[in-house]
Design a protein around this ligand. Structure first.
Ligand code: G3P
Ligand code: MG
Length: 356
């Protein structure tokens, strides 16, 4: 009797819906909260600041580890965001740790790409900045660049790094976040990929190449969209395919892939389990399997966020905001959302009225 009572009790308490927020163009523009995002998120907590509605951020962006991104978002948005509530384009790279745990891999992109990979468990990772610094003249344009990517490292570490780089082939390249220096990164990636991981040598088998997302464009602080990782991929691919007889092979992660939405559902479900842990003592074995009636994806990019939610199907319900990539009056023609609103605040208002 007590078991069925606790099950009933937890069912009453457990919400039957959850929310996935896109970040760029929905919650933030650059580092500035938009669309009433702060106020909207506050409504998902009780008066004591305890989370009552399960939600996550489901972004294709990245460059910092989930725990760092969570504290940065908490600061910007004024709510307490857990690392488990942050799912980034590169989060699935964790699944590749077993395959490349001790192999030399390089990490590309803004922020701290190598630190992200190390925290995921990759033990032999160098950023493309560190990697490039081991080869004199690898970037003939470096002398004209008004910035430096050289870090202060002692002689011993430099020697150790060079030793690794000259003796070990790069076994995989990970584009963690948007490339900062396209010309250098395209050059060095072409070197790595066409030689089988040893720049300056003869050609070899292309190591695997992974991208955290394939966004052609995304919304940042500038009024019109900015070129994203998908644009960088197209540039790299077009050049590689002209200089190399075999076409570039690569894997892209991130939305709109249905696996991202499956994973988001699992994470939201685990979040519900952790929120309701105290109600479920003795009710083992269902972590991550909480069934949702509806999961709301709130995004600004029709071909990425809305397309992804539509492909994922039940229980996803897509809401398109007008604060980012999409700026239309009516619904998007090719990837129509279940609902179009002006702002994320309006989206949260809609779903809370419907659900509560
Ligand atoms: O670089 C970030 C961008 O490609 C997309 O971010 O939050 O709109 O998925 P988001
Ligand atoms: Mg977006």
């Amino acid at each position: 009797i007590s078991r069925s009572y606790s099950q009933l009790h937890s069912q009453i308490q457990r919400p039957s819906f959850g929310i996935a927020f896109d970040i760029d163009g929905v919650v933030l523009l650059g580092n500035t909260p938009i669309g009433g995002s702060s106020q909207a998120l506050k409504r998902l907590y009780d008066d004591c600041g305890k989370l009552k509605i399960p939600y996550i951020f489901l972004t294709n962006g990245g460059g910092f580890h989930e725990s760092k991104r969570a504290s940065e978002l908490s600061e910007l948005l004024g709510v307490n965001i857990l690392p488990s509530q942050v799912v980034q384009g590169h989060s699935p790279f964790k699944q590749l740790v077993k395959r490349f745990e001790n192999e030399l891999v390089i990490a590309v992109g803004k922020g701290e790409p190598a630190a992200v990979m190390s925290e995921y468990g990759f033990k032999n990772v160098l950023s493309i900045d560190e990697y490039s610094s081991c080869f004199d003249n690898i970037d003939p344009l470096a002398q004209y660049k008004k910035w430096s990517t050289k870090q202060e490292v002692d002689q011993n570490s430099t020697l150790k790094m060079k030793n690794i780089v000259y003796s070990q082939r790069v076994q995989a390249a990970f584009v963690v976040s948007d490339s900062v220096d396209w010309s250098r990164d395209i050059q060095v990636l072409c070197d790595v990929l066409r030689t089988g991981g040893l720049p300056g040598r003869e050609t070899g088998h292309q190591p695997p190449l992974y991208f955290a997302n394939d966004d052609l464009e995304y919304q940042a602080a500038f009024p019109s969209e900015r070129l994203g990782m998908g644009a960088f991929r197209i540039a790299l691919e077009a050049i590689f395919n002209r200089i190399h007889p075999k076409a570039l092979e690569y894997t892209s992660f991130g939305k709109p892939s249905p696996s991202v939405f499956k994973n988001a559902e699992t994470i939201l479900s685990q979040l519900v389990s952790s929120l309701h842990h105290h109600l479920e003592a003795g009710n083992h074995g269902d972590a991550g399997s909480h069934p949702f009636k509806t999961l709301y994806m709130i995004g600004d990019n029709p071909s990425v966020d809305i397309n992804g939610a539509r492909q994922a199907g039940h229980p996803w319900f897509s809401i398109l905001t007008r604060t980012g990539v999409f700026k239309g009056k009516e619904n998007h023609a090719k990837f129509p959302a279940d609902l179009v609103v002006d702002t994320v605040e309006e989206a949260v208002d809609f779903l809370l009225t419907k659900e509560c």
